[in-house]
Design a protein around this ligand. Structure first.
Ligand code: GDP
Length: 198
């Protein structure tokens, strides 16, 4: 699984910068600080591949990563959302870019929506889930940083997240629990990524 290299291909700050739609894509979305860069790096086994973006100015791009040689799929790092202090026009730009990408991308096979296991699903996540429902992009919810919570809390947040997933037409009913720190759930995540592009 994920044999072969994962390499940064390009950043697309606007739709006309997208790479040609020639291989299947799997997109990763999540609130800023959810652990998306860490998860992508763990998935690719390469530190520093996806860079963390804690400053709002740097978040308005889709980043594409090629997986495998020969090329088998592309991972797409979507710009983080939910900055408390994000200016309105930035949020608007985010919505346009993401919506256009989601609606117009035939090679997009699935999205993974990352949820911080300490916080559970927030309203901004529900908004994104709704965008995915409406764009008819199937997606799966992935809990992150589970090393930070107790087993009993994991049970509770899992139940709540599954219940929420059931309310959304395009959400996969099973969720994944992961930790980039310990590697927990990474094999399942890789399998889920590969399964979605078969
Ligand atoms: P991003 O903004 O979504 O790309 O989030 P980052 O990957 O930069 O992670 C945000 C913060 O959470 C950083 O301080 C990471 O070290 C930390 N972090 C990310 N994943 C994990 C995890 O699985 N476990 C723990 N304990 N910390 C994590």
């Amino acid at each position: 699984l994920f044999a072969g290299p994962v390499a940064f291909l390009k950043s697309a700050p606007a739709l006309h910068f997208l790479p040609d739609p020639v291989v299947p894509e799997v997109a990763f979305a999540g609130r800023s600080n959810v652990g998306k860069s860490s998860l992508l790096n763990a998935l690719a086994n390469r530190n520093g591949l996806a860079r963390t973006s804690n400053t709002p100015g740097r978040t308005q791009e889709l980043n594409f990563f090629d997986v495998g040689e020969p090329l088998r799929l592309r991972l797409v790092d979507m710009p983080g959302y939910g900055f408390a202090k994000a200016p309105k026009d930035m949020v608007k730009k985010w919505r346009f870019l993401v919506n256009d990408y989601l609606r117009g991308r035939a090679v997009l096979k699935r999205a993974l929506v990352l949820i911080d296991s300490r916080h559970g699903i927030k309203d901004v996540d529900r908004d994104v889930m709704k965008m995915l429902d409406e764009a008819a992009v199937s997606y799966r919810l992935v809990l992150t940083k589970i090393d930070k919570i107790k087993a009993s809390e994991l049970v509770a947040v899992t139940e709540r997240t599954v219940a929420e997933a059931r309310k959304h037409v395009a959400a996969h009913p099973e969720i994944l629990a992961t930790s980039s720190e310990t590697g927990f759930g990474m094999a399942e995540l890789r399998a889920a990524v590969l399964e979605s592009v078969l």
